[in-house]
Write a protein that binds this ligand. Structure first.
Ligand code: UT7
Length: 331
């Protein structure tokens, strides 16, 4: 029997219209364009304003609809919708259920997947497993985050980094051996003291005090997270190469989480990869958390060729991190 592999067959993406530039941030906090550019690689990021649309689902739906159009797909054929996100529309009710209904995926079940900046990467593993097992034929995976909803725009250590956006891909069975080849995924809960949001969960429900103390905004010990991100992202990417007998020359593209250009450069160097093969859009969008990987695919889709070896790598809150090796399935 031919082995079923799980391939990406369409990509969609959406970023909000409002552009928040480094220059604008100079008027909001004590920072400057030179510092932000040299320390992170970011020049501007997008912010979803109320006038354009509300909530993470607004962007997720737009990205998902592009997938449907490109694939010319009847949404009723979708089996499962996964929304990878750290900023669901609200707690308890699944954002994915709302997205599925709004796009007409009337026969799908749907749920959210939360692993901070690794949400989409882990979602790829989940989506692919359902396809490989032969259980489902069409799994829509969306990565979407409205980071501006949990950012304190008076905190220069976080407000310069994050942005809003969404990307989506469709996973389908492939009989030519294309699609997801290998994965190396990890988590370490000790990391939650260095990156996260203290308020709003079951340990610290919202109170007047938690709001006054700004506990409903994201915090990060940037230096510590940077150290873990640099070594772990490079480690897993190198491990995936070795395990599959690949060198930098065999890789067409590195698809790295967009948290900091310096982390991405370090990963590419460890892989022995020419920097022209590194997908990068951090300068335009900043760190969109769950949306970075699919937004890269969306931006670079025209350059991808059937059979290309892609290595994905991400590191994020939790801590969570990992790498996936995937063969691109279409021109
Ligand atoms: O996606 C999830 C995973 N997240 C990450 O991977 C992020 C990892 N961390 C980072 O990318 C970096 O640590 C940051 C970009 C967040 C910060 O860069 P850094 O080079 O680690 O800076 P730092 O925190 O060590 O700060 C260096 C200096 C400090 O001043 P002193 O103490 O040297 O006088 C900061 O107060 O830069 C100062 N600083 C700033 N200056 C201008 C911190 N933020 C800013 C700012 N503008 N926005």
């Amino acid at each position: 029997m031919t082995k079923i592999s799980a391939a990406i067959t369409a990509v969609g993406g959406y970023v909000p219209q409002f552009v928040l530039t480094n220059k604008m941030l100079e008027d909001m906090v004590d920072t400057n364009d030179e510092w932000i550019t040299s320390r992170t690689g970011i020049k501007e990021r997008r912010v979803l304003k109320k006038e354009e649309g509300e909530g993470t689902s607004f962007m997720a739906i737009k990205a998902a609809q592009e997938v449907l159009e490109k694939r010319d797909l009847d949404p009723a054929e979708i089996d499962l919708v996964i929304v990878a996100t750290a900023t669901p529309d609200s707690l308890v009710a699944s954002t994915a259920a709302f997205v599925a209904s709004e796009i007409g995926a009337s026969n799908a079940f749907a749920y959210d997947l939360l692993a901070a900046c690794s949400s989409f990467l882990f979602g790829m593993s989940t989506a692919a497993s359902f396809i490989e097992a032969g259980r489902y034929k069409k799994v829509l995976l969306v990565g979407a985050d409205k980071m501006s909803s949990i950012i304190d725009y008076t905190d220069r250590t976080t407000c310069i980094i994050f942005g809003d956006g969404a990307g989506a891909v469709l996973f389908e069975p492939n009989m030519e051996g294309l699609g997801l080849q290998d994965q190396y995924l990890r988590a370490d809960g000790k990391g939650r003291q260095f990156l996260g949001m203290e308020g709003g969960g079951s340990i610290m429900p919202a109170t007047a005090e938690s709001v006054a103390n700004k506990k409903h905004f994201i915090f990060q010990d940037g230096k510590t997270v940077f150290k873990f991100a640099v070594s772990n992202m490079a480690d897993v990417a190198e491990r995936i190469l070795k395990r599959n007998g690949l060198t930098g020359d065999d890789v067409a593209w590195l698809v790295p989480h967009q948290a900091n250009k310096r982390i991405i450069d370090a990963t590419a160097n460890r892989m022995g990869l020419d920097h022209a093969k590194v997908m990068m859009n951090i300068q335009k969008y900043g760190n969109t958390t769950s949306a970075t990987l699919p937004l890269l695919l969306h931006d670079y889709e025209k350059e991808l060729k059937k059979g290309d070896n892609l290595v994905f790598a991400a590191f994020g809150g939790g801590f969570t991190w990992g790498s996936i090796y995937l063969k691109w399935a279409y021109n």
